[in-house]
Structures are given as structure tokens and as C-alpha cells.
Design a protein around this ligand. Sequence first.
Ligand code: SAM
Ligand code: DTB
Ligand code: SF4
Length: 354
Amino acid sequence: MMRDTVKNPTLRNNWTLSEVQALFELPFNDLLFQAQSIHRQHFDPNSVQLSTLLSIKTGACPEDCKYCPQSNRYDTGLTVEKLLAVEKVLVEAQHAKDSGATRFCMGAAWRSPKKKDMPYIVSMVQGVKALGLETCMTLGMLTSAQSKELNKAGLDYYNHNLDTSREYYGEVITTRTYDDRLDTLENVRQAGIKVCSGGIVGMGETQKDRAGLLVQLANLPTHPESVPINMLVRVEGTPLANEEILDSFDFIRTIAIARILMPESHVRLSAGREEMNEELHALAYFAGANSIFCGKKLLTTALPAADKDMALFDRLGIKKEALQVEQCDDQVEGQLLDQLQLIENDKHFYSAAN
Ligand code: SAM
Ligand code: DTB
Ligand code: SF4
């Protein structure tokens, strides 16, 4: 389904900063009532989509994102790992499917994928798709040609976050620009891949910056189908390790306003859940969050245990969202698995440190 103002004129992409700042100033209950009312017009309010993340290439990233444990600029004690073997990725994807996830998101600590990486990445997408899962990747910047190649391979979603407002961005990242990020989102969209884009809160930004981030996302020509709202995971060794924790209600306000601005998008209660209690999770779902990452971990940091998430779903009467479209075609699956077998095992590990 296209989330654009041409296909659906009730959606807006002309939000002004002052309008969104006014939403942040609403009394909490009024804001939540508005968000929940909009949520109910577009989604089953008791359904939450489950994605599972896997870090397919970990650490030694040349970028300087101040929040990130995987940047090679900061000593976070992380164990660096080369690109995983395709088979290993597929085993993890099968576990994710068995645990109820409908989407498998593969993340690499790269500035952008290199030419030599692409065949492995393509095999991963094809293999995960053949298992009947939605596919998502986050690999850094993508060119138009790379986006088209990934679309052809069967990539459903590409995650690339704007992270924060244009104004605050330079305080957090200096090695790639805001416009670089917008260019990648445009390449992905033009290639026909669904867009997953959101940001991080709790990085010392102001409320105006949180409003600015949401305005940028909502004013894209087409709303991202998926909007992850990450609470900063403060990792020892990163420059933001000692950042003050964002007030919980300001976090919930951000989710509620994402829901109001992008009514047909899945809003993901993303990183930071380990530090959130059940009541805060429940409030986030009420504010319109309808997707989470669940599984063993995010990329490098912890997640709540899956049984804890499921126990809360039971207590709240929430069910897991089912796959919207049947992904698995037996004939295609057979062909894809045959293709995967053609790749020799010893070619599955190679140095992809940068
Ligand atoms: N290297 C690629 C890139 O940055 O585009 C993909 C992986 S990167 C880890 C994906 C996203 O994870 C980042 O854009 C950021 O929004 C989020 N992220 C990374 N570290 C985080 C942290 N400590 N807390 C919250 N979100 C984080
Ligand atoms: C997103 O917005 N959040 C996820 C996913 N997209 C790739 C990543 C969160 C990473 C948190 C820190 C870590 O585990 O390394
Ligand atoms: Fe981390 Fe991605 Fe930034 Fe690299 S580009 S430091 S992996 S967020």
C-alpha cells in the first residue's frame, strides 16, 4: 500500500514545525487520545508486528555516529566480526520465523556496501525471502543501482534513519550529511523498496529537534512504511554514554506524534526497550506503536527476553500481526535454495572490516 498523498489525499506531507511543536505542547491525555483515535482508524489497535534483527557484519565502522557502539572511533569493547556466512544468516532467520517474527532485518556496520559485498547480500535476501519472511536490510548509504539490485533480489524494506533534526544532526555525525541520508531514502523509494526510517531520541536534543525529525519524516513525498523510534542505548565508550535519560513522557509524546503525522505507517518501539518497564511499553502501544524488535538482541545490545514480551502481550490482549501477504512460493523457494547451494562454503567468510 502506498502511503502518499496522491493515493490517499487524507495523508499530509506539508506539516510545519510550529504545528508539530504545538502537538508536543498538548496536555498528555489530549495527545494520547488523538493518537489512539487515529491509530484505530488505520490499524487493529491490538496487533503488533514483530521483526527480528541480526548483525551480519559487526563493528569496525569508519563512520563517527556518536551514539554507536560499532564505530571504530570509540573503544566500546565490542568484538568485531566479518560478514557472516549466508547459511549462518539463514539459520538465524529460520529461528526468527519459528519465534513468530514476520520480518528479518539484517544490519551491517558499513558506511555503504562495496561491490564485492553485493553478491553475498543478494544471496542473503533471496534465502531469507525463500523462508517466507519479509526481508529488511540496513547497510548504510545505497546508490540507485544498488537499490535496484536489492529490489530485484526481493528486498522488501530498507532501514536508513534520519536519526535527528537537520539542525542537530551535525552534533552527532560528521562523516555523512543529512542530504546523503535523504538521497539514500530517495534511491530506495525509487527502486520500489519500502522505506523504514526514523530516529533516536535522548541524545541531548531539544523538543524542537524531535519535532524537526518528525516533520522531515512526515514531509517526505511518501511516508516511510515503517518508522522506528529508538531511545538512545547509552553504551560505555561512546561519546553519548553519559547523556541524560530522556523523560519517559517525552518519549511517549514522540511516538504519539509520529502516529498522528504518519497514520498509515507502522511506528516501531525500537531500541531502548531493555530499560523500559511494562507500564511504559503499554503506554507506547496505546500511543500508537505497533511494531517491535524481538529476539535475542538488537544489533549488539540486549533486548528483553522474548517470553517477557509475549507475557505482556497476553496481559494486554495484544496479538502478533500476521504476515500481510503470503511470501512463500514453493517453486520460487526451490529455485532460490538451489541458487544458494551454488555458492561455495569457503567463500562465505571474507574480510569486510570497512
Ligand atoms: N551502518 C548502517 C547505518 O548507520 O546506516 C546500518 C546500521 S546502524 C547501527 C542502524 C541504526 O541503528 C542507526 O541509524 C541508529 O539510528 C541506530 N542505532 C545505532 N546505535 C544506537 C544506539 N546506541 N541507540 C539507539 N539507536 C542506535
Ligand atoms: C533501528 O532504527 N534500530 C535498530 C535497527 N533500526 C537497525 C538498531 C538499534 C541498534 C541499537 C544498538 C545496538 O544494538 O547496537
Ligand atoms: Fe554505527 Fe551505522 Fe554509524 Fe557505522 S554508520 S557508526 S554502524 S550507526
